[in-house]
Design a protein around this ligand. Structure first.
Ligand code: ADP
Ligand code: GLC
Length: 492
């Protein structure tokens, strides 16, 4: 296999800054590519939270003193526990602010996000074309989500190297801005024969779309599961971009994510109460007790405990949970949730917890320890997403012998094997899927779950089948590696 130099551009990176799975992927995929022998470097904005948390950052490279009117420089750190370089685009006027990567809070966006990520894309392009004073020329620039969408466009100006891959982690977030924001970015009028302010370019119903730039100009476009890659070609899931994605043809494919099997390992997890493995599943009970205690639920070990760890947004099916909770708590089921996001979901869930004390418990916030504890201690993990490009928690759950109950969409359907209805033969099933997005379908799935839970031998089979799945990153990294190689000229 040939080895390549790869620049990985992203807006989040575990453990420095993360709002969801993108941050996890940005840590694990470069690491897996590095293990395969590639030279990988990562670039992301120098947000205040990162500047505050890292005590030593080295200034590197040489950029023009001002770019588009902003003072910009490059800082360098390493990916946690590795020698993989991470470049931080330091532009105090745009990135040194309180809050998260996109806004003050999770449900707020900064008004100048077009300028913020427009500038970020320019700097990624400078690094990608060895014009940042780093004396390094990548073969591939791997861009992720709309925040990096202008990179494939800007790189198109340099006809050959580097090649560009654009990965869509969530098509619903498109980076849409006004025509005046577009004008302020001072992009060329025409790139590679494509007029930018046109529906064949960046224009999307009179707005500028960053994600379209990525899709139109990248050498290859991917998304994070094969199932989602098929779904986004339909009007139901395509968010208005189904036509463009169809036209992208063989340039577009799905590569499923993996999970960090070191960080998520019930046999070696510093966050959980008691370690366990496939042959000591009885010890999982101590983690259930720890969750029950932490969340002030009764300590009934028999009662099915369902957990959830999620951003609280439309995507995640929170409305279904709110509709189902009054019915769920009438059954022999307790429910715990850890999450944060849209204010109205946070409030409605807290209200439900107040209504059903001791049976439903909710923690609003972001907390790594509690996330691990729930994944280890719950009997089942609920993931009722309306749509799910990949999803990581269903894979964590299976690794922990915690049975996922999920809506059969996207990456959820690709990574969970459904149990047959009410059968004593569950074959190699690893979870429960429901196919219609409705409260009744969710409740029916829970009935199937309870049926298996009532039979310890069957339940153990289900848990063990999940634990035997291989969700490591190596397969996905190999698929990306093959894709990169296919983009490079024969002579490489
Ligand atoms: P998405 O990226 O759409 O949010 P994923 O399932 O891909 O969904 O990734 C979510 C990631 O964020 C997982 O690593 C999950 O454990 C983590 N996560 C989500 N909410 C929280 C929370 N409140 N506290 C801790 N971790 C969370
Ligand atoms: C997005 C998707 C999620 C996916 C993650 C990482 O946040 O919503 O399904 O797992 O990106 O690719």
């Amino acid at each position: 296999m040939i080895t390549m130099d790869i620049l990985f551009a992203c807006s989040e990176l575990y453990p420095l800054i993360k709002t969801g799975g993108l941050g996890d992927v940005a840590y694990n995929l470069p690491l897996a590519l590095h293990r395969q022998g590639h030279e990988v470097r990562i670039v992301l904005p120098a947000y205040r939270r990162i500047l505050d948390d890292l005590s030593y950052l080295k200034a590197v490279g040489q950029l023009a003193t001002t770019i588009q009117g902003y003072d910009v420089s490059l800082l360098k750190t390493n990916l946690k526990n590795t020698d993989i370089p991470v470049y931080l685009v330091h532009c105090p006027a745009l990135f040194d602010r309180p809050g998260g990567p996109y806004g003050e809070t999770n449900d707020h966006n900064w008004e100048d996000n077009a300028q913020r990520f427009g500038l970020f894309c320019r700097i990624v392009t400078l690094i990608g074309t060895d014009r940042a004073g780093l004396s390094w020329q990548p073969d591939i620039v791997h861009c992720n989500d709309w925040h990096t969408g202008l990179v494939p466009l800007l790189l198109k100006v340099y006809k050959s190297r580097p090649q560009c891959v654009f990965t869509i982690h969530n098509l619903a977030y498109q980076g849409l801005f006004s025509e005046s924001d577009f004008a302020a970015l001072k992009l060329p009028e025409v790139v590679n024969g494509v007029r930018l302010w046109d529906f064949r370019g960046l224009e999307f119903y009179r707005q500028m779309s960053f994600i379209k730039a990525g899709i139109v100009f990248a050498g290859a476009v991917t998304t994070v599961s094969q199932g989602y890659a098929r779904e986004v070609l339909t009007t139901q899931f395509g968010c208005g971009l189904e036509g463009l994605l169809k036209a992208t043809g063989r340039r577009f494919s799905g590569i499923v994510n993996g999970i960090d099997i070191k960080l998520w390992d019930p046999g070696n997890d510093r966050f959980i109460e008691t370690l366990y493995g496939i042959s000591s599943l009885h010890r999982k009970t101590f983690n259930k007790l720890a969750v029950q205690t932490e969340f002030h639920l009764g300590d009934n070990n028999e009662r099915l405990l369902i957990g959830m760890v999620s951003r609280l947004t439309e995507q995640k099916g929170i409305d279904l949970i709110l509709e189902a909770l009054p019915l769920i708590q009438q059954q022999d089921i307790d429910f715990v949730l850890l999450g944060s996001g849209d204010r109205q979901f946070e409030q409605a869930l807290q209200e439900a917890a107040r209504r059903y004390p001791g049976r439903v418990s909710v923690r609003i916030g972001y907390d790594e320890r509690v996330a691990h504890l729930i994944v280890a201690g719950a009997d089942a993990l609920l993931i009722p997403s309306r749509y799910e490009p990949c999803g990581l928690t269903q894979m964590y759950a299976q690794r922990y012998g915690t049975v996922p109950v999920a809506h059969g969409v996207g990456g959820l359907a690709d990574t969970i094997i459904d149990i047959p209805p009410f059968s004593e033969d569950i074959a190699d099933a690893t979870g429960v899927l429901f196919w219609e997005y409705s409260c009744s379908a969710l409740l029916e799935a829970l009935q199937r779950l309870e049926f298996v839970y009532g039979n310890l031998l069957l339940w153990r089979d289900l848990q063990r089948a999940g634990m035997r799945q291989d969700f490591s990153w190596d397969h996905s990294a190999q698929a990306y590696s093959d894709l990169y190689q296919a983009l490079l000229p024969e002579s490489m």
